[in-house]
Design a protein around this ligand. Sequence first.
Ligand code: PLP
Length: 392
Amino acid sequence: MTQSFFPPHRVLMGPGPSDVSPRVLGALGRPTIGHLDPLFVNLMDDVKGLLQYAFQTDNALTLPISAPGSAGMEACFVNLVSPGDTVIVCRNGVFGGRMQENVERCGATAIMVEDDWGQPVSLDKVAAAFSAHPEASLLAFVHAETSTGARSDVAALCALARKHGALSIVDSVTGLGGIELQVDAWGADAVYSGTQKCLSCIPGLSPVTFSPRAVERIQNRSHKVQSWFLDMQLVMGYWGGSSKRAYHHTAPINLLYALHEALLMLREEGLEAAHARHRLHHQALVAGLGALGLEMAVAAEHRLPQLNAVRIPEGIDDTRLRQTLLQDFNLEIGAGLGALAGKTWRIGLMGQACNRSNVILCLTALSTALQQQGLATDTGAALVAADAVLQA
Ligand code: PLP
């Protein structure tokens, strides 16, 4: 006979999921009601409004896809790409590669714009790609590259797409709630995110938003969307906002309670305050890491505050160190991904996990684990350096 599962209380400072607040976990445990119950339909409207706030958009087609960030990604591609299209895809980490996969599986051609891992997407290279491929109908890129910790310029990239008559698809799975994202002001056409990063909600939902131009392209498709589940024309029947909602799939009801609560918390704090909190704690962490003698992998001007890529010092056993953090401190940080595996750690300061005690815990635990492997570090100096930033 198997037993009930009682996980330990970990502090989640990896690339996501991040710490979920007890308020959100509490919402998750409320009674399940029907997904067409009028009260639930009201909640859906509220979720939509709160998402519009988080995305800073008036887009009517704004909703959480009932599956994780990868499904949001796929929803954007399958609805906006048709067989034979040309799509410019920027790759400066793992997730641009997934975009390429999506484009090719839609029967379209991906023109790849490559940048080194840890660098932002190069505007010049994207401009050159548009000049070489005037037929390109879409530009796709990642706002916050979780695999490297680099941030790209969404406003400038979306403006380039518009200038060339193309739509934009923006991956902001790690961006939303942690750094500025102005969907309307920046002219982004399709943006997807995830709930388990800076929204500090349970994994399993993917907020998406589509501009009126994107909706027009979806409505004028000549080929059926290859995915029935992610066909936005069908999903709109359930989420569309008209008074009569048609059954499409059974919504993950309790997950939506949780998302609603997480979005309420973001709204209560305010986007600007949430961004400022991420910036401040990031600066404190960086100061502390510097005092431990650790180097950041991304140049200061391109760093994401919510995802800190740190170079693993020579001679340190990566796996052993992360095990020490987990076993002795209940602290999870992330390993390097793809080309950066074994070379960096990824320390998340996402959403609720972005707070003073986590910064202090992380510096203390890292310092102790490094000392166990023979590296001389000064824990006190790291804590003083971090606190100096927080108290300034
Ligand atoms: N895009 C980015 C930038 C991500 O960081 C992730 C997940 O880490 C995804 C897409 C995929 O999201 P999910 O794992 O929720 O499917």
